[in-house]
Design a protein around this ligand. Structure first.
Ligand code: HEM
Length: 196
């Protein structure tokens, strides 16, 4: 057991899950944005990105648990179990680790709200769900700040890809939101414009 907790395996797993987690969360977030408010007539039915978004989010939760667990169990640095949940009190890289903790807490709140979705109003659930948007940049900065591999070219390419994907999905979401606000021109509006 000591060989496992003292050796480099857990630390490698922590780093590996961190990178994979960032990719999974980025794709999940992008799919969530793309599927929200998707209109009928799209080439891909809305349930496809919605289901993918949900399944990737569940995978993300499993990965973040593994990521935090490997950091805690590994003895290479001193991270206590409660420091995976509380953004205060860490001795190892307190600021960068605290950001990871905040992202983890936000993910847990979003997951919990989804578990009790039937008891919440749609509006309340949506508001809580929006915290998922906040979790992503916080997690992104955590990885860039604390990661051993963050300075490597391959890790930078992955991070740049994730950033591009999320920004592109955000632009698509905002554009669709603005178009929907402009909306189809209603009949009274046409009458006001003198169109018969
Ligand atoms: C949504 C939540 C999280 C995401 C997306 C995330 C992602 C990442 C990423 C991308 C890295 C960089 C890996 C590398 O470049 O080597 C990393 C490193 C790290 N994360 Fe997280 N993390 C999250 C939450 C947490 C939590 C809750 C903990 C608390 C125990 C934690 C502990 C660490 C540690 C200790 C490292 C440094 C590993 C190293 O030295 O490379 N992370 N994380």
């Amino acid at each position: 057991m000591a060989a496992l907790t003292d050796g480099p395996l857990l630390w490698f797993l922590n780093r590996g899950t961190g990178i994979v987690l960032l990719v999974v969360l980025s794709v999940s977030l992008a799919l969530g944005m793309v599927s929200t408010g998707a209109s009928a007539g799209n080439r891909v039915p809305a349930f496809v990105p919605q289901n993918l978004h949900r399944n990737l989010s569940i995978l993300g939760l499993a990965l973040v648990l593994a990521h935090a667990l490997t950091a805690v169990v590994d003895t290479f640095v001193d991270i206590r179990w409660w420091q995976a949940l509380s953004p205060w009190g860490a001795t190892y890289e307190p600021f960068w680790l605290g950001l990871g903790t905040v992202a983890f807490d936000l993910m847990l709140v979003v997951a919990l709200s989804t578990a009790v979705k039937s008891r919440l109003s749609v509006r309340a659930w949506r508001r809580v769900h929006l915290l998922g948007y906040a979790a992503w940049p916080v997690a992104f900065v955590h990885g860039a700040g604390i990661g051993t591999d963050a300075g490597e070219a391959w890790a930078r390419w992955i991070a740049a890809g994730c950033l591009t994907l999320v920004l592109a999905a955000l632009v698509a979401r905002l554009t669709r939101g603005l178009r929907a606000r402009g909306g189809p021109v209603r009949v009274p509006e046409l009458a006001r414009r003198g169109v018969r």
